[in-house]
Design a protein around this ligand. Structure first.
Ligand code: SF4
Length: 367
């Protein structure tokens, strides 16, 4: 099936955009081997327009794919073990993973992927899991409905929206919590999120608190490897190939990659290695002209405004209220409309604005 506008894209079910089909790849275990990194870079150049995006759920997107190149692209990706057997399995396999977990986390993710594939749960397309089993939670503020986290009493299973969870045993516990969500009516008409169900007063048993979360991740050389960022999460194919030669690549929902085992990285096109780089303070979707739904160009504006943001603040510039570029709250969100930019403080692209219809020339003054 090709090009259904408005869907969350997958690889088997891509989405039409202004620059062609968007094909989302979900690497198993949120990790790329050297061969997979090189193969994706080749595939982006051969079957797409060469653009590779890191997404806010720790996936990769190839852009500029056509109906004619989609089938050979899928064949190439399938040979790299990057394609699920069918759309249902692909849609259900939404798992973000801490890049700092180690072998035990990798094994847990494999088991969770298998348990989800074996289940027949009709979960909403955006429903997802976070395997955050390093010693300190790092995915607390990233989108997931069911979280496996560390606590003072070992691993716990926590429903998003709850402050506490229960002792985690096996991945089937996580599938069981997803089933509970459905049984409680969390997804009428096939849509819904765990936090909304919890906010409505329906709560599972919970008695164990997770460990305190880590501060927001920044590019750095760490004991596990080098964490690197990219402007707007775009990775040049040549850079992806070179990084893949330096070690396994761990994908994060922060639009950064951990180059596992690396100690130092030379400069490469697109890499952000400095935690003080103002480009890390901005998020922006593809915008015009790449997305036909956008009311304005987003990335040039975000780049121009980035030095005006405080080092710990996030500015999100969105081409429309859908908010693909940062599907969560930002310190300031600018949402393009037919009448100018709406400014939202501490909210998402679809939230009520504090100011409406701003011309780009007015923005430096109001930020
Ligand atoms: S948020 Fe941006 S990329 Fe997403 S549909 Fe709107 S304009 Fe397009």
């Amino acid at each position: 099936m090709i090009g259904v506008k408005g869907w969350c894209p997958g690889a088997l079910r891509p989405m039409q955009s202004g620059d062609g089909l968007v094909v989302r790849i979900k690497p198993r275990g949120a990790m790329l081997s050297r061969e997979q990194a090189a193969g994706i870079a080749d595939a982006a150049e051969t079957h797409g327009n060469g653009l590779i995006d890191l997404t806010g759920r720790g996936n990769l997107q190839l852009r500029g794919v056509t109906p004619a190149t989609h089938a050979p692209l899928i064949a190439d990706l399938r040979a790299l073990d990057l394609i699920d057997p069918d759309i249902v399995t692909e849609t259900r396999r939404n798992i973000i993973v801490t890049p700092f977990g180690g072998d035990a986390t990798d094994a847990l993710v494999r088991d969770l992927e298998a348990a989800l594939a074996a289940s027949a749960l009709p979960l909403p397309a955006k429903f997802g899991f976070a395997v955050d089993t390093g010693s300190v939670p790092v995915l607390t503020h990233d989108p997931a409905d069911i979280r496996i986290e560390c606590s003072g009493q070992g691993l716990i299973l926590r429903a998003d929206g709850m402050a506490k969870g229960t002792a985690f045993g096996t991945p089937s516990d996580a599938v069981g919590l997803a089933q509970w969500f459905l049984e409680q009516g969390g997804a009428p008409d096939g849509r819904g999120r765990m936090a909304a169900l919890i906010a409505g007063g329906i709560t599972p048993r919970a008695d164990l608190a997770p460990n305190d979360p880590a501060p927001r991740a920044q590019p750095a050389s760490l004991s596990q490897g080098v964490l690197v960022g990219f402007e707007f999460g775009q990775v040049p194919p040549g850079t992806l190939r070179r990084l893949g030669r330096l070690g396994p690549l761990r994908l994060t929902p922060w639009r950064m990659l951990l180059v596992q085992g690396a100690r130092h990285l030379p400069p490469m096109p697109g890499l952000i290695l400095d935690a003080g780089d103002p480009r890390l303070r901005v998020r922006a979707c593809t915008g015009a002209p790449g997305c036909t739904q956008s009311h304005a160009a987003t990335r040039p504006l975000a780049r121009d405004l980035s030095p005006l943001m405080a080092p710990d603040a996030v500015l999100h510039v969105s081409g429309c209220a859908k908010g693909c570029g940062w599907p969560r709250a930002a310190d300031i969100t600018l949402t393009a409309t037919p009448w100018g930019f709406d400014l939202i403080r501490y909210g998402c692209a679809h939230d009520a604005p504090a100011l409406r219809g701003l011309h780009p020339d007015q923005l430096p003054k109001v930020l």
